[in-house]
Design a protein around this ligand. Sequence first.
Ligand SMILES: Nc1ncnc2c1ncn2[C@@H]1O[C@H](COP(=O)(O)OP(=O)(O)OP(=O)(O)O)[C@@H](O)[C@H]1O
Length: 548
Amino acid sequence: MSEAVSTALTIAHLNVRAAGTELLRDVSLHVPGGKITVLVGGSGAGKSVLLRLLAGILPRGQSPVYWEGDLRFGGAALESGSHGRTGIVFQQFALFDELTPTANVQFAIDHRADRSQPPRYSSSEWLELLGVPSAPPVAALSGGQKQRLAIARTLAADPDIILYDEPTSGLDAATGHRVAELIQETQRRFERTSLVVTHDYATLLPIADEVLLLDSHNTTIVSVPRDQWSEIPERLKAAAMHSASPASDRTTASTRSWWGVTGDATANAFGNFLGATGAALQAIARLPIDAFPTVPRLRWAGRFLWHFLGLIGGPTACIYLVVAGVIAGFTTTYFTLRFLPFRLYTQPLLIDELLAAIGFALYRILVPILATVLIAARCGAAVAADVGVKQYGGQIDALKTFGIRTPAYLLVPILGAFLIATPILEWLAFTASHWISRLTFVLSYPEIGIHFWYQHFFRAVVLPADTLGQTPWGSQLPVLGLFLLGKGWGWVLLKNLLCGFGTAAIAYHCGITAKQSASDVSHSITSTVLWATLYVLVIHFVVALLEF
Ligand SMILES: Nc1ncnc2c1ncn2[C@@H]1O[C@H](COP(=O)(O)OP(=O)(O)OP(=O)(O)O)[C@@H](O)[C@H]1O
């Protein structure tokens, strides 16, 4: 690791614009290797944007943040891959909440860039070094402990350059100083190049080797010589005052600036709708490429699959589908037989045909529609919420800094989980529906008996006994075998898998789109429920046209 010790960072002719506002213009600077450089600047000046583009999270030329310029890490261009070169400690930590502290660090160890070398420390050693307790879940850690865990996770990936985004924000003065000491200690111990972005200069200047100032008024970054550090508060105030007064300046200038992209036009609701639909169609078209299973670590893909299986097919989902099956089975059986016209005369004549029709309708139409609509709504919403929170909370960005293609650990496991769980949930609903149908029948017609129900309920559903052969189920227990042995099982399975596949794609897409606020997350959940249920209904309609 010795040559990684002092990787310098060189930036040349960097231009950055976010949402129509010019943040940096033609900036060139050098961040020396093996030192702590503190970058100060006012709120909203563009410090976090700069850090995110250095971390390789922001692709060039993509709305809403456009940037261009030459970034070099120890001579290598950013395009050659920032993974392994930079690690970032996010302002909001971006820890994987569903994993333990140890697993958070282990994830980084397993995805470090150079795996030909053994890891520097084990995950528990890293936690010990940074004083993070391993027992409590991540959510139960204090702010300072989360900060230390975030640093441990970043260090465990063994990056050359560590970027710290506002490491002391939200901490009290004493904890802030401890974090500053920790950064210094980490620097001394591991000799990495550190770039610390902050507006809490009082806490972080004492550990700085170099100071850069982001001057938002002049959209540039200047180096502040050590003898002028005492002037930093004044200079920041002056920059903030200037940049605040002519509010439209930077925006106006940007409309004629170098990339020729004009400010965002006011989009109307119809435009938004078309845009969202277009993006969804694009995502579906891209799906086969995105889902191509370039999974970096099978073990972790399995863990994500397990996580999504729990979300999609967990106990509450099973209970939900069983209840739905019970309602469908009871209502179809009870009300069909109860409200037959001229019941006294028609029932003895029609009861066997009606049972066969109920069995057929439940197996081929009602339960498939009910189950897949409920799965689309309940499980689609759960997945969209999970992915949306990961996006909003920065976990998706954290994955990117480990060089992971997001679909590998999200889309592929989500698809897998839906394709596994949807048939099982539908089978549960159908099982519940036919058991309750049987019970309803037996209680309503104790004199006719269960064998009559058996004989007719599955008549239109189960293949004849000679086709079934000597299966373990025979023709007596077709329930489990229905998906494989029932009449038209191919159609049932086709609808099921198409619905599971589409719901997975829609939930992933709605969850993964950029999130600026918590309400964006809730909007993505609503969109998922709307689009996924609509999609499922369309699938059933189209397949029904082909099927019957
Ligand atoms: N994804 C985005 N979409 C639109 N605008 C953005 C986006 N990211 C950043 N911006 C804008 O870029 C500007 C700089 O944001 P940034 O988060 O870098 O500020 P900062 O200097 O880190 O501020 P603070 O110290 O308050 O965190 C802000 O005006 C912000 O609104």
